[in-house]
Design a protein around this ligand. Structure first.
Ligand SMILES: [Zn+2]
Length: 408
């Protein structure tokens, strides 16, 4: 087989092989939680392929895998290229995998290019409740103490559960990302949105990655008897929360009209006591808010708080808003984007630009290195679902653009 050009067959075979490593049947979805057997097997497969093509492997103290050829770059900065192999429960076949497979294929065919393949640990956030842990901790954003406090559903911390997979708090300080070693970071990812698929565009360069704020909102009323409490005498926390949820949808729509790609989602609701014949005394829900600029996030948060207060006052309820997470928007590197576009032009392709609504490892690495991303179209915009699909020829096109970019 030709090993100087990107091979559509090898890419398809890699994706199939990694897809076959899952905790559940592919009909239900692809499940590779971080630190599970299928996740380790998928990682081992990429390591074995990298080593077959002359790579040497290092697993850093945060559980990220680095594969490069000895002496690559001769001491000069190298390109970093990759993504993640962990998945959400019953997720798709391409999310993360595509970016790792493209990095591996470029590594195979370009021994002359100073390149390090990276597989980030725990991108999805479903195992320890916080996303992009491998990239964030490597970039110095998450401390060893914080990693030791994050628990999975078995009560094991990231440090305890990861001990068998290279996670080692004693090495963490020394093992941080050393920016002088890298030229930049390239991540290819499924778009997970509709923009490319609906216009038939195979791949695009990502301009920026939306920031995110996560809130927990708690409405407090008075739990009471559903039969003997008159409608006028109620302080129902759930009806207050219901009004708030519809308000949040409307606010999200207004923000999106004012500044495109702003979104607000209520994805999780809990009611107490959650009994058929009791007026709910407490209603708790989450808000996921994403936008392209910090100032839109600030403005949206202020409006959200004002509206929640208004509803609480009108209904004689208490309301508390806790901010669980703040991730700033990440503009991606403009020079690298231009390099992608010049590379595409040399290949006779055009590479339009899109923003990213979803967060990615490249967003965290962008705080340390010039980072660039390419998106590949996702059929019907579906992701985090077994129906997730991207055309192999589109993935190959993105791989060719990456190869042309790093070859310069
Ligand atoms: Zn992903």
């Amino acid at each position: 087989m030709n090993t100087t050009q990107i091979s559509a067959q090898r890419i398809a075979a890699d994706i199939e092989t990694i897809g076959s490593l899952s905790e559940c049947d592919p009909a239900i979805g692809y499940s590779r939680p971080t630190f599970s057997d299928p996740w380790r097997e998928a990682r081992d497969y990429v390591i074995a392929e990298g080593e077959r093509f002359g790579g040497e492997t290092r697993i850093d103290a945060f559980g990220n895998v680095h594969i490069r050829r000895a002496e690559t770059g001769g001491g000069r900065p190298v390109w970093l290229c990759g993504s993640h192999l962990d998945s959400v429960p019953s997720g798709g076949k391409y999310d993360g995998v595509m970016g790792v497979v493209i990095a591996l294929e470029v590594f195979r065919v370009a021994p002359d290019v100073p390149l390090e393949v990276i597989i980030f640990a725990e991108e999805e956030g479903t195992t320890f409740g916080v996303g992009m842990l491998g990239s964030r901790s490597w970039a110095g954003e998450v401390s060893p103490t914080q990693l030791a406090a994050l628990k999975n559903r078995h009560g094991l911390s990231f440090v305890e559960a990861g001990a068998l997979y290279g996670v080692d708090p004693r090495r963490m300080e020394a093992d941080r990302l050393h920016r002088e070693q890298y030229r930049g970071m390239i991540e290819v990812h499924a778009e997970q949105g509709l923009e490319l698929w609906k216009t038939g565009i195979p791949a695009a360069a990502v301009t920026r990655i939306n920031g995110r704020r996560e809130y927990e909102v708690r409405f407090s009323g008075q739990g009471n008897h559903a039969g003997s409490t008159r409608m006028t005498d109620r302080r129902d926390a759930l009806t207050g929360a219901s009004e708030a949820i519809l308000m949040i949808e409307a606010l999200g729509r207004r923000l999106d009209q004012e500044q495109q790609h702003s979104v607000m989602t209520v994805g999780c609701v809990r009611v107490q006591p959650n009994a058929m014949n009791v007026i709910p005394g407490q209603a708790i829900f989450t808000v996921d808010f994403r936008a392209q600029e910090e100032q839109i996030l600030d403005n949206g948060e202020q409006r959200l708080r004002e509206e929640l207060d208004r509803i609480a006052v009108q209904r004689d309820l208490g309301v508390e808003v806790a901010v669980n997470e703040r991730v700033s928007p990440s503009p991606l590197d403009e020079t690298l984007r231009k390099l992608f576009q010049e590379a595409a032009r040399r290949l006779g392709k055009t590479l339009p630009e899109v923003p990213s609504g979803a967060l990615h490892d490249a967003a965290r690495i962008a705080t340390c290195l010039p980072a660039g991303m390419l998106f590949v179209g996702s059929r019907d915009g579906i992701s985090h679902d077994p129906r997730e699909y991207s055309r192999n020829e589109d993935i190959v096109e993105a791989a060719e653009i990456v190869l042309e970019t790093v070859r310069g």
